[in-house]
Design a protein around this ligand. Structure first.
Ligand code: ACM
Ligand code: ZN
Length: 514
């Protein structure tokens, strides 16, 4: 049956069942009733569809046998059952009536954390674009939307506590001298609307404020929070910047506490991402305040200073009732608070630190660059590679119990340095996000051909929602095309600032202990 993610158990039975305008809907949940109303239906056979809370060992059970019944312990399970049913209805829809194969589906997720990330800093995308994405994420049972809200290029939420952030840190005159201005931010009302829209669809919006690196935007608005106090100009480049928040200045912690408090009032999520990736320490090494703090706190090097800084932010988040998430570089100080969940993205020899952390019980989810970075061209991360990737394969040598207990799930991040419009955003996101959704939900067996066959039905639904995508053929380019796409992507990155970024990247890795 053409369902993505593939359900845990599907038994097809004899006969068909009709879904039409004559099907009586018995359901106490408005969101489910409105979700079912996604096509124009004509009158047909009279029958019943019933969504009811009941006892089951599964997330939901769907029975189609003349009538349609969905049973789940929670409204969330019923919503998931409804998404499965929507795909079947779409597949069987002809001339105003859907004909469904009789079946019994018993379904449950493999991982509890199934996430998509959007960077709204490098290019800004508004609430309507975000809600459009949420519709598709819900359809494939993704349950987290990670919003990357701050970076060198901007801070993208209205702040009434620090209005300077919106006045001075939301705009750049162009990118690499192209003269095309980029700006914008979500108002507080926009955020409330997005959070509510996602919440109705059982998706938690997880905000990220990237700290202490990727923070030039804060210094544009408040230069006194940097090590030098210098007033910088907005950057027109990407990459890794060494102009970061000063770790030795108490005013910085004060600022972070107020900012995170303001955001926590807007984002009710259990989780809060505090970044921690790519932190060059050159300014910290030169800064009197940072050095004095290191002496006072008996910190041996700047890596431990990042650990100290991050732990203070974690304490702020804990006081706000949040569970912190960090990118994997934050592990490398060796003193990171145990409560922080690690988002594993960067590979290479430092991956041993990630494995060690998992082996010692740190919670983690996987968004490894290859093949989960969906901002990369398909030539670099083919749909097939993204689909076939087994997230636990990164952790060879770690016990199965540890993996079972501590790998929470998966995420595909969509960075937007090179994604300036909605069409491209959709083509990068889909269908690769759909492949990751299946990995997050379904049992680990993979058969790409079978996945692609099931995919066309969901792609038809994207068309109905007016959401773009890359055709599977183009999403799996041949080696020649793949090389062309890769070279074009890398060439695009070449600029004078890229050399500085590479130096900063080296510096960011310098102090790593493992
Ligand atoms: C990252 O890609 N810098 C987390
Ligand atoms: Zn400093």
């Amino acid at each position: 049956m053409n369902i993505i993610p593939r359900p845990f158990e599907t038994k097809v039975k004899d006969g068909n069942t009709c879904f039409s305008a004559s099907t009586r809907v018995n359901c106490d949940f408005d969101i489910i009733k409105s979700e079912l109303n996604f096509l124009d239906f004509e009158e047909g056979e009279v029958n019943n569809i019933t969504f009811k809370i009941g006892d089951t060992d599964f997330d939901y059970e769907l029975t189609i046998d003349g009538d349609i019944t969905v049973v789940a312990k929670t409204e969330e399970g019923l919503f998931h059952g409804c998404q499965t049913l929507k795909q079947l209805i779409f597949d069987g829809y002809r001339d105003g009536v859907a004909t469904l194969e009789n079946c019994v589906i018993k379904d449950k997720p493999r991982f509890p954390y199934r996430s998509f990330m959007l960077d709204i800093v490098r290019h800004f995308f508004d609430k309507e674009v975000i809600k459009g994405l949420i519709d598709i994420l819900a359809l494939v049972k993704i349950n987290r939307f990670h919003l990357h809200l701050s970076d060198n290029q901007g801070y993208r939420v209205e702040s009434t506590v620090f209005p300077a952030l919106n006045e001075k840190a939301n705009f750049r005159p162009g990118t690499k001298g192209d003269g095309v201005p980029v700006g914008g931010y979500l108002t507080k009302d926009d955020v409330r609307e997005i959070v509510a829209y996602a919440g109705e669809r059982f998706i938690e919006v997880v905000p990220e404020v990237d700290l202490p690196g990727h923070t030039l935007a804060f210094l544009l608005a408040m230069p006194e929070l940097g090590c030098t106090g210098e007033q910088y100009a907005p950057t027109e480049s990407y990459g890794i910047d060494d102009r970061i928040l000063c770790a030795g200045n108490e005013k910085v912690y004060d600022f972070i506490e107020k900012l995170l408090t303001e955001l926590s009032e807007l984002f009710p999520s259990k989780y809060f991402h505090l970044g921690g990736d790519e932190v060059p320490k050159s300014q910290w090494r030169q800064c009197k305040k940072c050095q004095e703090l290191m002496a006072r706190e008996h910190l041996n090097d700047c890596e431990e200073l990042q650990g100290y800084f991050t732990n203070r932010v974690i304490n702020i988040l804990k006081s706000l009732g949040k569970t912190p998430i960090v990118w994997n570089e934050a592990l490398y100080s060796g003193i990171l608070d145990d409560s922080a969940i690690c988002q594993y993205w960067s590979d290479g020899k430092k991956a041993t630190a990630v494995r060690d952390a998992l082996a010692s019980g740190r919670k983690m989810y996987v968004s490894r660059t290859f093949p989960y970075y969906i901002d990369y061209p398909h030539g670099m991360n083919k749909l097939k590679s993204t689909y076939n990737f087994e997230p636990t394969s990164c952790f060879k040598g770690v016990s199965a119990e540890n993996i079972d207990e501590n790998i929470m799930g998966v995420e595909c991040p969509l960075w937007t340095e090179w994604v300036a419009d909605v069409d491209k955003l959709h083509r990068q996101a889909f269908p690769r996000t759909i492949a990751v959704a299946e990995t997050g939900w379904s049992t680990p067996e993979k058969d790409y051909k079978d996945f692609e066959e099931r995919l066309y039905n969901v792609l038809g639904m994207l068309e109905a929602y007016e959401i773009g995508y890359t055709h599977p053929k183009k999403a799996n380019p041949n080696p020649f095309k793949a090389l062309g796409e890769t070279l074009a992507f890398l060439t695009n990155m070449i600029e004078p600032a890229a050399i500085k970024s590479l130096i900063n990247a080296r510096d960011a890795k310098k102090g790593m202990k493992k």
